[in-house]
Design a protein around this ligand. Structure first.
Ligand SMILES: Cc1ncc(COP(=O)(O)O)c(C=O)c1O
Length: 437
């Protein structure tokens, strides 16, 4: 079987030669490809085995006719994906990276974040939002959340700004847009860099602008549980800053392949941060991941519409019950991505709080997603010496909604019967709670 690679990698592009560049690495065999196919589509039955055998025969034949891609990392597919994302978001230079966390890191490095700096983080998010600030010894300051959307409350943000505040990270939690106007206004007034954690928010809008493109930086996640995925992991970083940070170089260790140094193929540069130079890291992504995300992006409008339809349906089903509030919808120009369905319960009217509701839903076979807790509750904060009780006292809304009021529910890929089952289970559970049974 001949599966020689095409010479497309700039480092090894030596033209036709008797000893080919591709000799530096192992290539793919038909068996390797079949391992991927049988991983992506799994089955046990005899019919499955027979279909798999015919695919194997076809792939073996394909392998005698085709050649593996010249590049597996940062090649043409990554470029094509970035071009499509640029068009979709209306930005230039979107950069495909390993995951959103890696994108955050580039933004934090750009801010030259270090010990002594403060970063404003909403109390309710995922650890990824603040992992880098903690890693470099910057101080995380928790901002309380809005009781309806669970997003960062700009009024509390204002209270928590100090002279040492260097960055703020609004998180569009569940894909619901943060009220960005006051966030941006405060940030500009106090010279604070804004990084949008748009992990859940790809394709959402705020007052007609794409989420992730309003702050100085925005990073999206394409992890396997997001609205669309690049085979399990993936992220995109964008920046609106002028001068524009060189995200492509920041993604790959500052390699400058446009410039050669004497007797060598490329140069390596330190990157220009806001307050000085910094050294790049490696968060390069693969061609295969780009292929995966491109395919899913091509059906993303449909995916978003289905999410919206399902949210509206469940909201309608719950409308008559004043003990629960369904997912907040968007309004003119402001469109959530409906990544998760946010359900809130009013304990006074329901007769018990969300912990009871969640237990009842679990008994009825309805999954809730208890994923987003106030960040100061995790052991890591105590271990790092934070006064977590003071943090909790400074975020009373986060405490109240987390302990008593909210949960997330899945909303996508469900049949009408499943949506009805979920809505009925919620209504029955509330009825039981009100009757004290
Ligand atoms: C709010 C939030 N921010 C950031 C991330 C991190 O995204 P990634 O897994 O792509 O690094 C996640 C992932 O679930 C998230 O939920």
């Amino acid at each position: 079987m001949s599966m020689s690679k095409k010479p497309t990698d700039f480092r090894y592009n030596t033209g036709p030669s008797t000893v080919p560049w591709a000799a530096v690495g192992e290539s793919y065999t038909a068996d390797d490809i079949m391992d991927v196919v049988s991983f992506l589509l799994q089955g046990e039955s005899a019919a499955y085995q027979s279909a798999l055998d015919s695919v194997k025969t076809a792939v073996k034949q394909l392998a005698t006719l085709g050649t593996p891609p010249g590049k597996l990392s940062l090649g043409e597919r990554v470029v094509r994906l970035e071009q499509e994302i640029d068009r979709y978001l209306g930005v230039e230079d979107s950069t495909f990276i390993t995951n959103a966390t890696a994108g955050f890191e580039i933004a934090f490095r750009h801010a030259n974040l270090q010990k002594g700096d403060e970063v404003l983080i909403p109390a309710i998010t995922f650890i990824a939002t603040m992992a880098y600030p903690l890693a470099v010894g910057a101080t995380v300051v928790f901002v309380d959340v809005d009781p309806v959307t669970l997003n960062m409350d700009p009024k509390d943000m204002e209270r928590k700004i100090t002279k040492r505040t260097k960055m703020v990270v609004p998180v569009h939690i569940g894909g619901y847009p943060v009220d960005m106007d006051p966030v941006m206004e405060l940030a500009r007034k106090h010279d604070i860099l804004v990084l949008e954690d748009a992990a859940h928010a790809f394709g959402g809008t705020y007052k007609g602008r794409m989420l992730g493109t309003i702050g100085d930086f925005g990073a999206f996640s394409f992890h396997e549980v997001k609205n669309v995925t690049s085979y399990g992991e993936g992220g995109v970083l964008v920046s609106t800053m002028q001068p524009h940070p060189d995200l492509k170089k920041a993604r790959f260790l500052g390699l400058d392949i446009g410039t050669k140094i004497e007797n060598w193929l490329y140069d390596v540069v330190a990157l220009e941060g806001k307050h000085g130079l910094y050294v790049g890291n490696n968060s390069s992504s693969t061609e295969l991941q780009a292929v995966g995300l491109l395919s899913q992006m091509h059906r993303y409008d449909r995916i978003l519409q289905e999410r919206y339809r399902n949210v509206c349906y469940v909201n309608e089903r719950l409308a008559g019950c004043d003990a629960v509030t369904g997912q907040p919808l968007g309004c003119e120009g402001t469109n959530p991505t409906y990544h998760l369905y946010l359900l809130q319960v009013d304990p006074a009217k329901a007769g018990a709080d969300v912990r009871v509701l969640r237990a009842k839903l679990a008994q009825k076979g309805v999954t809730t997603i208890p994923h987003f807790a106030p960040m100061y509750r995790f052991s890591i904060m105590r271990q790092l010496g934070y006064d977590v009780d003071a943090a909790a006292r400074s975020c009373p809304v986060a405490e109240e909604v987390f302990l008593h009021r909210f949960t997330h529910l899945p909303i996508y890929g469900l049949t009408r019967e499943q949506l009805d089952y979920m809505a009925n289970a919620i209504l029955e559970s509330i009825d039981e709670m009100q009757r004290g049974v």
